[in-house]
Design a protein around this ligand. Structure first.
Ligand code: ZN
Length: 429
């Protein structure tokens, strides 16, 4: 039996006619979220903020973020006459589909988070991707919400001088910001005059406070600023008001900055936004926490070097001893080329007692670890996920799990299976 859901209805319709998008009568403001990392979290948080404030919202919350995925959502939510009615339609959108899709459907707000190397097989080089979006925004006059701390994103604000709806957000320097670039990153040169950018500090990868010494690119007029980020207490401030969050990493804080900037743009009352942000959690393997066999376990998706480096940084910032399970698949959706793992910063695995590797390429990760001088006797490559999870819980203590795109859900299922088994056993004892 064919399961109807996900991309399938969209795929069928696209075969019929790609101009089908023009058939819909979309009633409601369309907000699109794009960028390499953090789309799903930001998209879901924007949707939740709007919904909690009493709006009707349609989203592609499962991350079906290409043309066909969005089309499926529209088909699912439209009347027979093609009417789609909601206060807001919030769509996580793959970077390469932004110019295609929003030529066909009217966009009220485009949120751009960041640009990193990601799935090169499908998308082409980062620069050509940025140029595609730049071409799109040259003729776009809707709201443009941009990460001011990413030179690759911030440049989009200069693409159309006629657009008066450009809104920059930023996160002020936090405790673990560094003076030097720590991880693999893009965008170290000025996009306008090609001079090397000067950074006051880096928050992570190439995200930070930069300026061009020659043309002064980097001084944006800011619309929205997050300050006093305190990851230990999971708090930050906006306009001197203290917000609480369930997240304790800078990567999520940037997503929250983007989502709260959207909330501000659409005049959602602060009290309502604060409440939603304080309660917002993810249950999809993106920084999800579970208690398994009495071990605190944190699971995170990492589909590119930056994502992996941010995840590894969480391990570094955690003073306790811990173990890591790293799962790497090389399916088509992951990109067949796994050479990106050589851009992962495995050099700082202090207080990581063991690393277990799994997925379709467990030995690639093991070799990568070995060349970063991690002691080989503490690396455990496993051929199956079941074996890997068994190995992980042979010891007590904190566990971290990092998995790439197609491996995150199978890994999560295996962890849940193990959890249920061990919960049952512990109850009996
Ligand atoms: Zn410059």
């Amino acid at each position: 039996m064919v399961k109807i859901g996900g991309n399938l209805p969209g795929k069928l319709a696209m075969k019929w006619d790609s101009k089908i998008f023009r058939y819909f009568k979309l009633e409601g403001k369309i907000i699109a979220v794009t960028g390499t990392n953090g789309k799903t979290m930001t998209n879901n948080l924007i949707g939740k903020i709007l919904r909690d404030n009493g709006n009707t919202v349609i989203t592609n919350a499962e991350g079906n973020n290409m043309e066909t995925g969005i089309l499926s959502v529209l088909i699912k939510n439209c009347t027979l006459s093609g009417r789609v009615k909601a206060d807001y339609l919030v769509f996580e959108t793959d970077e390469s589909y932004v110019p295609i899709l929003y030529k066909m459907i009217p966009l009220d707000c485009l949120v751009v988070l960041n640009f990193f190397r990601d799935q090169l097989d499908r998308s082409g080089e980062v620069e050509s991707l940025i140029l595609k979006i730049q071409n799109f925004v040259e003729n776009y006059t809707g709201n443009l919400i941009l990460n001011s701390d990413d030179p690759n994103v911030s440049r989009l604000g200069k693409a159309n001088k006629r657009n008066k709806n450009i809104f920059y957000f930023k996160v002020e320097k936090y405790k673990y910001a560094t003076k030097e670039l720590k991880e693999a990153g893009e965008g170290k040169f000025c996009p306008f005059c090609n001079t090397r950018l000067i950074y006051d500090y880096y928050q992570y990868a190439h995200i930070g406070k930069f300026k061009c010494p020659k043309c002064y690119y980097g001084n944006n007029q800011l619309f929205h600023i997050l300050t006093d980020v305190d990851l230990e207490n999971k708090t930050f401030k906006i306009d001197e008001k203290e917000y609480k969050t369930q997240f304790n990493n800078i990567y999520a804080i940037y997503n929250i900055a983007a989502a709260t900037a959207v909330a501000k743009r659409y005049n959602i009352p602060t009290e309502s936004v604060m409440k939603t942000v304080a309660n917002f959690v993810l249950n999809n393997g993106r920084l999800e926490k579970m208690l398994i066999n009495n071990c605190e376990t944190t699971i995170n998706l990492a589909k590119n070097p930056t994502g992996a480096n941010v995840s590894l940084r969480l391990l570094e910032e955690d003073p306790e001893n811990k173990e890591l399970l790293f799962v790497l698949n090389d399916n088509i959706a992951d990109g067949k080329d796994v050479s990106w793992i050589w851009d992962i910063n495995f050099e700082d695995l202090e207080k990581v007692d063991r690393v277990i590797t799994a997925g379709t390429r467990p030995y690639d990760v093991a070799i990568r670890l070995k060349t970063s001088n991690y002691p080989v006797e503490r690396i455990f490559p496993c051929e199956t996920l079941e074996e890997a999870v068994e190995e992980l819980y042979k010891t007590q203590g904190k566990k971290y799990v990092i998995a790439n795109y197609t491996s995150v859900q199978p890994t999560r299922r295996e962890l849940i299976k193990y959890k249920e088994k061990s919960d049952e056993k512990n109850e009996r004892n």
